[in-house]
Design a protein around this ligand. Structure first.
Ligand code: SF4
Length: 173
């Protein structure tokens, strides 16, 4: 209690923060990249701590991450965002095993390529954020499945199955 923040390690600071947050018994916690700059072991401990506190307090946790492995281990549902919009949302297992949006599929292919330590890493071509959503799909300049319709109008949300939806013309009725 008498320590200053600069006297604590990154992992200790996160533990203090988690104690302060869950001590308030919140209904929802927004955790934005809470394990950035932590080593793998401490990261796993912090994620386990958040998970156990979430169960103990029956709290909703909105977890913001770039790490799909973290999402797989921690989240019941995943929302994938591209250029400021949710492009796919659904149960974690379904999205990670059977992605419906080409961007999600590209992210997973990149993660697999990293895991396998491929000599040439898979990459999603093009620049992120180079195209807006104005009367088109913002992912159209990078999408391997782009058609004329994708550059003529903005895709709306379509159901893939119960609880799983995607913003892509591939799944339009
Ligand atoms: S709407 Fe078209 S460009 Fe956008 S993700 Fe789907 S197929 Fe690709």
């Amino acid at each position: 209690m008498a320590s200053y923040p600069h006297q604590l390690s990154g992992g200790m600071l996160q533990r203090v923060l988690i104690a302060m947050v869950f001590g308030l018994n919140p209904r929802l916690v927004i955790a934005d990249e809470p394990t950035t700059n932590l080593d793998n072991l401490v990261e796993r401990q912090i994620l386990e701590l958040i998970r156990s506190q979430q169960r103990q307090h029956d709290t909703g946790v909105l977890f913001v991450t770039h790490d799909l492995t973290v999402a797989r281990h921690l989240c019941d549902r995943v929302a994938v965002m591209y250029s400021g919009r949710i492009v796919e949302i659904g149960p974690t297992e379904r999205i990670l095993e059977r992605p419906a949006h080409p961007y999600t599929a590209g992210l997973l292919a990149t993660a697999r390529s990293l895991e396998k330590r491929d000599a040439t890493l898979y990459e999603i071509k093009g620049e992120p954020g180079a195209t807006s959503w104005a009367k088109r799909c913002a992912f159209s300049a990078r999408c391997p499945q782009v058609t004329d319709r994708c550059t003529a109008m903005e895709p709306t949300e379509h159901m893939v199955e119960a609880g799983h939806s995607v913003r892509c013309f591939n799944h339009a009725a």
